[in-house]
Design a protein around this ligand. Structure first.
Ligand code: B3K
Ligand code: ZN
Length: 853
């Protein structure tokens, strides 16, 4: 077998043919599902090349051109059609078996309903087509199916006709007036409960809103509907963007490879991001639903109306849409807490990707399997790049840039450069150097030196930037970095608050009229996705925690205080010295628990001790065994010394019905249970009295740090209660997967047989296996290698069932460079084993070969 080949951005060529219209006729009949695709095809330019369509796993029946048998060859993944005509009607008849499709790409079944997933290249699993985002066509779709089993027949756009045919069948015909690429096509057929509502747009158009959920779940659809209405209103008020069709549908399905999909007018969602009621969903789940519903809705303009020329431009729509959904959440809720969540994703996951074998620029230059590039780099670093432009331009000019972008490109498939050009032209800001953010992989490091001259009253910051080499070989030239700082005087007054334009390899910034040595709060609000190298003293960090104007800066300082102490103790352990914590650190955390002027959700963030995974990301090499001991020590020292304050907080907030209060209470409870077993009773009591999932799950999580009889008892109560609610069982599986205990892996293996578990369902796989590998750091990295073997076994199994999911959960196994040589060897041993698997998917092939290179 030949090895999968990479495609390169530099090889982009406009298509030889365009398809302007397509009529799809689906006869949904299980294993023998028939599809007739009739397209209007137009040759572009004066070439003589044949028309080459792509397709995967299609059983071809016939090909006609203008009603006559066409001359064609079918070869690996392609249909080559010879014709001299410049414009013609092409009819392709084919069939496929959606029931056998476990990859969940193309047309497949989820719990008895037909549904589709076409991004990135799933449409070619439905019919032979020009499956590339720069081919935009107008779609008409007719669906025929059994009326009783599939009362709802849905597709993009507006319903134009429906009715019954013979033998208990019925049909629906849909028309989408907006030309779109094939990846935005969707079809759903099934039996659902339906929640309906309406929205009046700013120009007084009346839009019908529909949320389809599995039978019996109607009461869990209200939050998603409310989130949709908020999204529509917000996009009008902040971005001046109005919805365009007369109907907007969301369908929730249990079998789904990712979070949701923005198909034009017919979003398909993972149930996880639709279904919620207080009993079964946590405050975080509610927040997640609001943000994903928003994200998919915002794609209607950033992604659908203006789409990508090719898949290398993915960040054009994803980075921008993540930026938009982050702004939506921040305008509606706490800006600081939302920012902290975004920063955590960057530092814990994106920095890891940037320093690992899959490092790529936000606009990748070469790709083997496109599905591997729906990454934290393209999405989250992409959003940071948009955020930096927003910082450099300011809101008003940024909005002018958005308006110009739509004015120029509505209805087109464009590039990241087109977006930057619109921003530049609308604002007059020169973004030439800034564009390097699109082509350079890796996390820039910023080294900082400070100097205070008390004679001249001058404070000086010297900034130096460098980017470590990455395996993709992309250039590493100086970047345009907006660097946000605050200078705080000894009395706690803010004396300077500004964004520095940091563009050179090394640059000096001087501040005059500074009377006393200030404390600098650097890279405030994470104003650029860079790593900061500055040796803060404990006193400086405590000062920032107390006086910084920015709440995010307070949190950053608390993370730095905690982390410094952990690393110092790792060193002490390596030198066989006793561990120690500076009492000023304990006082700083105690000060936060006692603070009266801080937002409770922010306090909860500060009191959430940085995870082992996030600590690992701070270093290029890690002594994992001592890290475990040192982290445990610092957490315990803080918790023990704050026991009274923690206890008082838990009691005070016990019955306050507010998400921020709950999050603070539950963080405190978690720390308390670590201090002393007697506090386990508190958790037990909370579990017994809980009236919402947030509190039940927090009680269980607090008890989940080590095995105990109480834990086991509550876990089985929980299991009995929720056995028939898959999304809650996911939480139960995840608790098992994060137990820090040597028996963890054996338990997980036994759970493969659990009636609620299935390898075919991505949510179940992620909660049991994905979470284990990504979040149970010390069990996954066991010295005997059993954690790696467990993950590799699952990946081998998923290689044929669902390659996309397999390639997603492999991430912790390919990021092995930081660990000791024994662990590295055990990890690469498993990777080599995966590489030898017969019929290894392109998805895994790309990641494993890059890791082993
Ligand atoms: N655009 C989809 C992601 C598709 C992933 C394909 N592997 C969801 C989103 O980003 O909104
Ligand atoms: Zn998206």
């Amino acid at each position: 077998m030949s090895q999968p080949q990479a495609k390169f951005l530099k090889d982009y060529q406009a298509p030889d043919f365009h398809i302007t219209h397509i009529d799809l006729d689906f006869s949904l009949a299980g294993k023998q599902t028939e599809i007739i695709a009739t397209s209007t095809v137009r040759r572009q330019g004066s070439h003589q090349s044949p028309l080459i369509l792509v397709g995967d796993d299609i059983q071809l029946q016939s090909v006609l051109i203008n009603g006559e048998a066409a001359q064609y060859v079918e070869r690996a993944g392609e249909l080559v059609i010879e014709t001299k005509l410049n414009e013609f009607e092409l009819q392709v008849r084919s069939s496929l078996d959606p029931e056998a499709n476990t990859s969940l790409e193309g047309l497949y079944m989820s719990d008895g309903a037909y549904c589709t997933q076409c991004e990135a290249e799933g449409f070619r699993r439905i019919t032979y087509f020009l499956d590339r985002p720069d081919v935009l066509a107008i779609y008409t779709v007719r669906i025929t199916a059994d009326k009783q089993a599939f009362p709802y027949l849905l597709s993009n756009g507006n319903l134009v006709e429906s009715g019954e045919t013979s033998d208990g069948l019925h049909f629906a015909q849909w028309h989408d007036p907006f030309p779109k690429p094939a990846y935005l096509f969707a079809l759903v057929a099934g039996d659902f409960d339906l929640l309906e509502d309406r929205f009046t747009t700013c120009s007084k158009r009346d839009i019908k809103l529909q949320v389809f959920v599995d039978k019996g779940n109607l009461h869990k659809a209200h939050h998603a509907m409310a989130s949709l209405k908020k999204s529509m209103a917000w996009d009008e008020s902040r971005f001046n963007l109005e919805y365009d069709l007369d109907i907007y549908m969301i369908v929730a399905v249990d079998f789904f490879n990712m979070g949701a999909m923005e198909n034009k007018g017919l979003n398909v969602f993972n149930t996880k991001f639709v279904l919620a009621d207080k009993d079964s969903a946590t405050d975080d789940d509610y927040h997640g639903i609001e943000s994903v519903v928003g994200h998919e809705y915002f794609h209607n303009w950033t992604g659908n109306r203006v789409t990508c020329r090719d898949w290398f431009q993915l960040s054009l729509k994803e980075g921008l849409t993540v930026f938009r959904d982050q702004e939506f959440s921040s305008d509606l809720g706490s800006r600081a807490v939302n920012r902290i969540h975004a920063i955590k994703i960057m530092k814990n996951q994106q920095f890891a990707e940037d320093s690992g074998p899959m490092a790529h620029p936000i606009r990748p230059e070469s790709v083997i399997e496109m599905n591997n590039f729906y990454t934290v780099t393209v999405y989250n670093k992409g959003a940071e790049v948009i955020r930096m432009m927003h910082t450099l331009l300011g809101e008003a000019s940024f909005q002018k840039g958005m308006a110009l972008y739509f004015e120029r490109h509505d209805g087109q498939a464009v590039t990241c450069d087109d977006f930057v050009a619109a921003m530049e032209d609308a604002s007059g800001v020169d973004l030439t150097q800034f564009r390097r953010w699109y082509s350079q992989a890796g996390t820039p490091q910023v080294d900082i030196k400070e100097q205070f001259d008390s004679e001249t009253n001058t404070y000086t910051l010297t900034l130096a930037q460098s980017i470590p080499a990455t395996p993709d070989g992309s250039a590493k030239l100086p970047l345009h970095i907006p660097f946000d700082i605050e200078l705080i005087d000894p009395a706690g007054e803010s004396i300077v608050n500004k964004v520095l334009d940091f563009t050179q390899e090394q640059q000096v910034f001087s501040f005059e009229n500074i009377q006393q040595q200030p404390v600098a709060s650097l890279l405030q609000d994470f104003s650029a996705p860079v790593k900061l190298n500055f040796d803060y003293s404990v006193a400086q960090l405590v000062h920032i925690m107390r006086y910084a104007t920015s709440e995010v800066a307070k949190w950053e300082a608390s993370v730095a205080l905690f982390s410094q102490s952990v690393w110092q103790n790792v060193e002490r352990l390596q030198q066989q010295q006793a561990m120690f914590i500076d009492p000023r650190i304990i006082d700083a955390f105690k000060g936060v628990i006692l603070a009266e002027d801080l937002d409770k959700a922010l306090m909860a963030e500060i009191l959430t001790m940085p995870s082992a995974g996030s600590l690992i990301e701070q270093k290029s090499t890690v002594d994992l065994d001592n890290l475990a001991l040192a982290r445990e020590f610092v957490v315990l020292e803080i918790a023990e010394n704050c026991e009274d304050e923690l206890l008082a907080t838990v009691r005070e907030l016990a019955s306050i019905d507010d998400a921020a209060a709950r999050s603070l209470k539950n963080v405190c409870l978690n720390l308390l249970v670590k201090v002393d077993n007697t506090h386990a009773e508190l958790a037990q009591k909370q579990f017994a009295q809980a009236i919402n999932m947030t509190d039940s799950l927090a009680a269980l999580t607090a008890l989940n740090s080590e095995p105990s009889a109480i834990r086991d008892q509550l876990m089985s109560q929980f299991e009995k209660k929720w056995l028939k609610t898959p999304l809650v069982m996911d939480k139960w599986f995840a608790l098992h997967a994060t137990l820090n205990d040597t028996l963890c892996i054996a338990t997980l293996k036994a759970l493969f047989e659990h009636q609620a578990f299935s390898f075919n369902n991505p949510n179940r796989v992620r909660s049991l296996i994905g979470i284990f590998a990504a979040a149970n750091t010390f069990e996954f990295h066991r010295k005997d290698g059993l954690g790696y073997e467990f993950l590799a076994d699952a990946i081998v199994k998923l290689n044929t069932l669902n390659p996309q999911v397999a390639a997603r959960i492999i991430t912790p196994l390919i990021q092995f460079k930081k660990f000791d040589s024994e662990r590295q060897q055990l990890m690469t041993q498993q990777l080599n084993r995966i590489l030898k698997v017969e019929n290894l998917s392109k998805d895994l092939y790309e990641k494993v070969t890059k890791a082993l290179a």
